[in-house]
Design a binder for this molecule. Structure first.
Ligand code: FAD
Length: 439
């Protein structure tokens, strides 16, 4: 048993799991240090709307310090963690600082899994944080500007072809949003090419889209996409991506300047630097109580976690939310002298939207598609957003888009990226610098 008033819990990660853990602990009066490499909680499920100019970045981000205003026992530290010593109970930051803890909850989330496919890491866009969404949005808008100014049909066709790899919810939602953009924005903003010239291709290696959904909903999603002229190809295995093409296993090549990678998830890179046992896709292995075996004061929650006996749990927001709360609850139980309890997931359902007025949703045995599912999707996402102001602004934006068929501001903000900047740089350099500084 520990001393509850003196014990310090470090929560690493300000995503869904970290946020819930911090709130639970701080509301119980615990001393908490909340650490993240960015100073805000980001609502990842709406990133694709930022990437397609439906929402602005600040509308889906909420500052960590604002979240802590009414939680006086919790503090925030902006720091990129690059290592850890679970025996000495410290974390190492990129600045070379060591952060000590009595208990640690790791909630560092996921990153794109490239399955070793050449080019998937550096020639494709991906969507894991606001910077990814900003880069992709600028790229799409720049590409359309270039297409406006070109007369060469082949070069223009390459610019106007958008390939999305991965037929899970992110790929489907991205394809649906691009189709809306083509339908409602392109005819009004661009005069030198017809909207039909813009081609959207969704590639899925498996036999169906949206694998976790019921068969009826999977078919419905496919039909909705087809009606919006999205070319859906299942059984399409990508073998190579470059900045101007996607190659498939059957020998076909799709010439494109924009490939969006939405095909897989692995643990955020830091998971392998913390000195903790990892399993499939770099995820931290935990026992059913979410505790790391061999390290009784370390817990993990959310996308970064692989739970013994529940390895198939999906990497979605609800799992992260419930695990964040559960890990915090178990820390409190241990400090009270009670045993930690096993985690049990309560499935509240899944949903995916396919553009305006179309969505599929599965809640328990209830399966719903079309307008009703879309309304449900809107309500659930508004409720889950953090901050009243964000909810209000997003609601106004959505209502505006619905009534006017127009999207948000489509300004290209920020400098043009250097070649190879479709993804963030590898973390190794920062890690080596910090290790040098700390030794
Ligand atoms: C584009 C996209 C769309 C999605 N759509 C849906 C959806 O519709 N429905 C759904 O349920 N789920 C969806 N998900 C999945 C859902 O967002 C995740 O399951 C959820 O965010 C996981 O929460 P988490 O707390 O584990 O990690 P995250 O929310 O990813 O948070 C991890 C945090 O850790 C921080 N971090 C990572 N490494 C370090 C480090 N080294 N140092 C300091 N801080 C670090 C990050 O900055 C981040 O703030 C989507 C995910 C993506 C990417």
């Amino acid at each position: 048993m520990g001393d509850r008033s003196a014990a310090r819990v470090v929560v690493l990660g300000a995503g869904f799991a970290g946020l819930r853990a911090v709130r639970r602990l701080a509301r119980a009066g615990m001393r908490v240090l909340w650490v993240d490499g960015r100073n805000y909680h980001c609502f990842l499920p709406l990133l694709y709307q930022v990437a397609t100019a439906g929402l602005e970045p600040q509308e889906i981000a909420y500052p960590a310090r604002s979240i802590l205003r009414r939680l006086p026992t919790a503090e925030f530290r902006l720091a990129h963690v690059v290592g850890g010593d679970p025996v000495g109970r410290t974390l190492l930051t990129a600045a070379g600082d060591r952060l000590a803890y009595d208990y640690l909850i790791v909630a560092t989330g996921g990153a794109a899994e490239d399955f070793g496919i050449p080019g998937a890491r550096d020639a494709a866009f991906r969507l894991y944080d606001l910077e990814d969404a900003r880069l992709l949005r600028n790229h799409v808008l720049r590409t359309l500007e270039q297409a406006e100014a070109l007369d060469d049909p082949a070069a223009r066709a390459a610019l106007l072809t958008f390939v999305i790899v991965g037929g899970g919810p992110t790929g489907v939602e991205m394809a649906g949003a691009l189709a809306e953009f083509r339908r409602h924005v392109v005819p009004r903003d661009y005069r030198h090419f017809h909207p039909d010239a813009l081609r959207i291709v969704l590639l899925e290696a498996g036999p169906e889209l949206l694998p976790p959904f019921a068969s009826r909903l999977r078919q419905r999603a496919r039909r909705d996409l087809a009606e919006r002229d999205v070319e859906v190809r299942t059984g399409a295995k990508v073998t190579r991506i470059t900045e101007d093409r996607v190659e498939l296993a059957d020998g076909e090549t799709i010439v494109t300047r924009t490939t969006i990678w939405a095909a897989g998830i692995r643990a955020a890179p830091v998971s392998t630097y913390l000195g903790l046992p990892t399993g499939r896709s770099g995820r931290i292995r935990v026992d059913p109580t979410l505790r790391v075996p061999g390290y009784p004061r370390v817990f993990a929650a959310g996308d970064v976690t692989l739970v013994d006996g529940a390895e198939r749990l999906p990497q979605v927001a609800q799992v992260a939310i419930q695990q964040g709360e559960h890990a915090a609850e178990n820390v409190l139980r241990i400090l009270r002298g009670d045993p930690a309890l096993p985690f049990a997931y309560r499935d509240k359902g899944s949903m995916a939207t396919i553009g305006r007025s179309r969505a599929v949703a599965m809640i328990g045995r209830w399966q719903v598609a079309g307008h009703l599912a879309w309304l449900l999707w809107l309500v659930v996402h508004l409720v889950m957003l953090i901050g009243f102001r964000n909810r209000l602004v997003v609601l106004v934006n959505w209502a505006w888009s619905y009534l006017t068929y127009d999207f948000g501001l489509r300004a290209i903000v920020g400098a043009e990226p250097e070649p190879g900047h479709r993804i963030a740089p590898a973390p190794d350099a920062a890690r080596q610098r910090a290790a040098g500084a700390a030794s």
